[in-house]
Design a protein around this ligand. Structure first.
Ligand SMILES: *Cc1c(COP(=O)(O)O)cnc(C)c1O
Length: 396
């Protein structure tokens, strides 16, 4: 019996090392990695520039605390604000923590406007993390069951439904913010139709009521969709943006990014983190952004992702049983008409790491460094297992 607490149903495989989009297990078997540590390893595994940068930083300075100025943190904040068109950053260690910060910021913003019991609008099927406030914000009753009492101050509406938000606006004068993913990741790669109109609609409602538009880009951010941030597929700017997953390419770092009045809502003593924004994590973030820029990974993710979606549509899109193939950049979903969690094991057996979310949606979030050859292999492999599965010939 392992002494690791039993919070994950883990697959029976242990990896020893990796290279690009490939992992090797302890028996030397190779796997094409379309999970990327759950949308984390944008630079793939063992990227030489990242390895060198964090090795050198570790040899210099890993941590000093936020009692002092941290040059690497200031540099990463500058770069994130420049890329996002935002004004200020608070660094955390995870996506949940970045969202906790956003929730606290929204409440402080509300109290500043004289609202004693501020509420935040959140979406059905959303995912925002596993802390008490973020699991309350999460639109998944299974994630919440057994952890009641939940945190008050959230109002839930259907995703991609502007009228539902307008109805809440008319009924609840205590709303202060909307927290929403531009594309739902855990929720099944759900893309609002169309994304620009949805975010523009939310932006207008927020502006009309003095609410903060808070985008959870923990999964969609840092190039995943082929732009630095998902909102950059639209003309909309958020007031608050949360990041984590891809930001440090595997070194834990999250960010709460704010603009305008939201950038100065916190003052000393209102929020903090011991580890958040330490030199090592920030060098991982800086290097990630620099490599993505130097290697043209945004355009690459957009083009290759577009090719992959089209290739899947060609190969399996017409099969009865395949409801939809969709995606933006390298955030790709294949929705089947039936539960298919066993496909993860089938793929593993054939040397491919894939994920299934919401029971029936294959989620592919490969490293942004995926090559065209890797992509062909992925489309081939996944198309084959879907074909066999739908024909009732699935065997691990
Ligand atoms: C993964 C995820 C989170 C939670 O991030 P952690 O680092 O696991 O706390 C929050 N929001 C979204 C959209 C995510 O995909």
């Amino acid at each position: 019996m392992s002494h690791v607490m039993n919070t994950y149903g883990r697959l029976p495989v242990t990896f020893s090392h990796g290279q690009g989009a490939w992992l090797l297990d302890t028996d030397g078997k190779r796997y094409l990695d379309a999970v990327a540590g759950v949308a984390v390893n944008g630079l793939g595994h063992a990227h030489p520039r990242l390895v060198q940068a964090i090795s050198e930083q570790a040899a210099r300075l890993i941590h000093v605390s936020n009692l002092y100025r941290v040059a690497e943190q200031e540099a990463l904040a500058d770069l994130l604000c420049e890329r996002a068109g935002m004004d200020a950053v608070f660094f955390s260690n995870s996506g949940a923590e970045a969202n906790e910060g956003a929730i606290k910021l929204a409440r402080l913003h509300g109290h500043g406007r004289g609202i004693e019991s501020p509420a935040i609008i959140v979406m059905e099927r959303s995912f925002h993390g596993r802390t008490m406030a973020t699991l309350t914000a999460t639109g998944n009753p299974k994630a919440q069951a057994g952890f009641e009492p939940l945190v008050p101050g959230f109002i839930r509406v259907p995703y991609d439904d502007l009228d539902a938000v307008r109805r809440v606006a008319a009924e609840h004068p205590n709303v202060v913010a909307i927290l929403v993913e531009p594309i739902q990741g855990e929720g099944g790669i759900r893309i609002p139709a169309p994304l620009p109109a949805y975010l523009q609609g939310l932006r207008e409602i927020c502006d009309d009521h003095g609410w903060l538009l808070m985008l959870d880009e923990v999964q969609t951010g840092i190039g995943r969709t082929g732009r630095w941030f998902g909102f950059q597929h639209t003309p909309v700017l958020p007031d608050v943006l949360t990041l984590a997953k891809g930001l440090g390419s595997g070194v834990p770092v999250g960010a709460l990014v704010a603009r305008g009045a939201a950038a100065t809502t916190f003052s000393p003593g209102k929020h903090g983190s011991t580890f958040g924004g330490n030199p090592l994590a920030c060098v991982a973030g800086l290097t990630t952004l620099q490599v993505m820029h130097d290697d043209g990974l945004l355009a690459h993710a957009q083009n290759l992702g577009g090719w992959i979606v089209e290739a899947f549509r060609d190969r399996i899109g017409g099969l009865p049983g395949v409801k939809q193939v969709r995606g933006l950049g390298l955030m790709i979903g294949i929705e089947l008409d039936r539960p298919c969690p066993e496909l993860v094991k089938v793929a593993l057996g054939r040397g491919m790491l894939i994920n299934v979310t919401q029971d029936s949606i294959i989620r592919l979030v490969p490293p942004l460094v995926l090559t065209a050859d890797d992509a062909r292999e992925l489309v081939d492999g996944v198309s084959t297992i879907v074909n066999e599965f739908l024909a009732g010939r699935s065997a691990a």
